[in-house]
Write a protein that binds this ligand. Structure first.
Ligand SMILES: C[S@@+](CC[C@H](N)C(=O)[O-])C[C@H]1O[C@@H](n2cnc3c(N)ncnc32)[C@H](O)[C@@H]1O
Length: 243
């Protein structure tokens, strides 16, 4: 019997995803894993987060900062295949933007599974192919410099037990399993924890646009926008921490 409850699935854009048999959930949209990740987390998340971060930095008072030490602080809920992390590394390098990427995961994928993922061949980013392995091979529970502009801190814990420091983040990728499969991850109380962890004008992006998610985000203090979704999905959400 296969000891792993994960199976590899090919999505419509040719990139792989994982199906987790335990919760009967795919890690990405079956309409395209790379397409979904780029649209939601990079185009609607990372680019917006960078814009807000730059505006914030330019407005910041002339308070002394550690020179050259500022970085866009990102928290991901659900490291999974590492696809969001890897695509963010690529953007950070192309834009010479320093990123400190914290990612929480309760059940890291075994090597036998992540090594079979075809992202390095399918993403058209040959220059960064090897970094996909590096982000998986690097140790958990400590920050590691993966490339010139990208520090990765993979944290093996349950989101429910993790509390980020107040106002310590600029951007959150909320990528838990679907609210129907995991309602305990999409609650007002957990979103309130994330609201307090964001700096003013910080943003949270997520693929789910369900009413229950919108309501929980609003009840936590966020301003919520519904944006066009990736192929196969009408909408996604972006929530802003209006200070
Ligand atoms: C939709 S997948 C994330 C996909 C991922 N962002 C990627 O780029 O491949 C959801 C992830 O959340 C993880 N997860 C589930 N429950 C969790 C919990 N309570 N705390 C932290 N991670 C959890 C799952 O193991 C899975 O890897």
């Amino acid at each position: 019997m296969d000891p792993f409850p994960w199976t590899l699935v090919r999505t419509a854009d040719g990139s792989d995803t994982i199906h987790d048999e335990t919760v009967n959930q795919h890690y990405h949209s079956t309409f395209g894993a790379i397409g979904e990740s780029r649209h939601i987390f990079i185009e609607q998340g990372f680019l917006k987060g960078m814009e807000q971060f730059a505006a914030h930095e330019s407005r910041a008072p002339a308070c002394p900062k550690p020179t050259g030490n500022t970085a866009l602080q990102i928290l991901e809920i659900g490291f999974g295949t590492g696809l969001n992390a890897w695509l963010t590394l690529i953007e950070a390098e192309k834009r010479s933007t320093r990123v400190h990427y914290h990612s929480i995961e309760s059940r890291p994928l075994p090597e036998e599974i992540w090594r079979r993922l075809n992202y390095p061949e399918k993403a058209g980013e040959e220059r960064f192919s090897r970094k996909f392995n590096t982000i998986h091979e690097c140790p958990w529970d400590q920050p590691v410099a993966i490339s010139d502009h990208f520090i990765l801190h993979k944290i093996k814990t349950r989101f429910e037990e993790f509390t980020p420091d107040e106002a310590s983040l600029h951007l959150i990728y909320f990528d838990a399993f679907d609210p129907e499969a995991q309602p305990e991850m999409w609650t007002t109380s957990l979103f309130t924890k994330l609201f307090h962890a964001l700096s003013p004008d910080g943003v949270l992006v997520t693929y789910s646009s369900k009413g229950i998610v919108k309501r929980a985000l609003r009840a936590s203090g966020f301003r919520v926008e519904r944006l066009p979704g990736p192929p196969g999905k009408r909408h996604m959400l972006r929530a802003t921490c209006v200070g």
